[in-house]
Design a protein around this ligand. Structure first.
Ligand code: E4P
Length: 217
């Protein structure tokens, strides 16, 4: 399973990259706005830290506008993946971009039939938003399962990128189902390291070692 960090915060991205488990980055307009920095400058910083797919989202909502913005973004760096919203105009653009060899991440996916359309349009990634589905009282993980099954049935190459992850259980369940990628906020990457028995066990080992006054080498 590939791990992306869902963040536009340079400190978080740098720290996650230093852990040696990071494969890429996803941003969105809200995450970028939170940083209060110039988008292009921010992208350059991210691209210098992570050598992997970096999703940058278009803000146009018409076919021509999306294609124009996508080409501009893709020209910045070979690792840019253009994030396109799952609307009719968006998928028209994804077909064209895919034919031009530009990688896309189709975002704001909330149904399996939307995901099927995105795969047919040639999307590189599909981003089902698990947490936002949970928020409205439906199980977001069912969507991951449905998409994985549909893509396997027909051998679609589009990768399933589990997004809107809210806690480590989302990562676990998405991994059990076989999602290709999880894009994870920094706080949740950090939570995944933690287990109280690890801390207790380590403390005991260190205390016992001290009592024995032993040397490692
Ligand atoms: C996906 O790429 C989005 O950036 C993100 O996962 C949305 O998550 P949220 O629902 O926590 O905003």
């Amino acid at each position: 399973m590939k791990f992306f960090i869902d963040s536009a915060n340079i400190d978080e991205i740098r720290e996650a990259a230093s852990l040696g488990i990071l494969d890429g980055v996803t941003t969105n307009p809200s995450l970028v706005a939170k940083e209060g920095k110039n988008f292009r400058a921010l992208l350059d910083e991210i691209l210098a830290i992570v050598d992997g797919p970096v999703s940058a989202e278009v803000v146009a909502t018409d076919h021509e506008g999306i294609v124009t913005e996508a080409r501009e973004l893709a020209a910045i760096h070979r690792n840019i993946v253009v994030k396109v919203p799952l609307i009719r105009e968006g998928l028209k653009a994804v077909r064209q971009l895919s034919d031009e060899g530009i990688n896309t991440n189709v975002t704001l996916c909330f149904s399996p039939t939307q995901a099927l359309l995105a795969a047919k349009a040639g999307a590189t990634y599909i981003s089902p938003f698990i947490g936002r589905i949970d928020d409205v009282g439906t199980d977001g993980m069912d969507l991951i399962q449905q998409i994985v099954t549909i893509y396997q049935n027909y051998g679609y190459k589009t990768e399933v990128l589990a997004a809107s992850i809210r806690h480590p259980m989302h990562v676990l369940q998405a991994a059990m189902i076989g999602a290709d990628v999880a894009t994870i906020p920094f706080k949740i990457i950090d939570q995944m390291f933690k287990h109280p028995l690890t801390d207790i066990g380590l403390q005991r080992f260190l205390d016992d070692w001290k009592k024995n006054e032993a040397k490692l080498v």
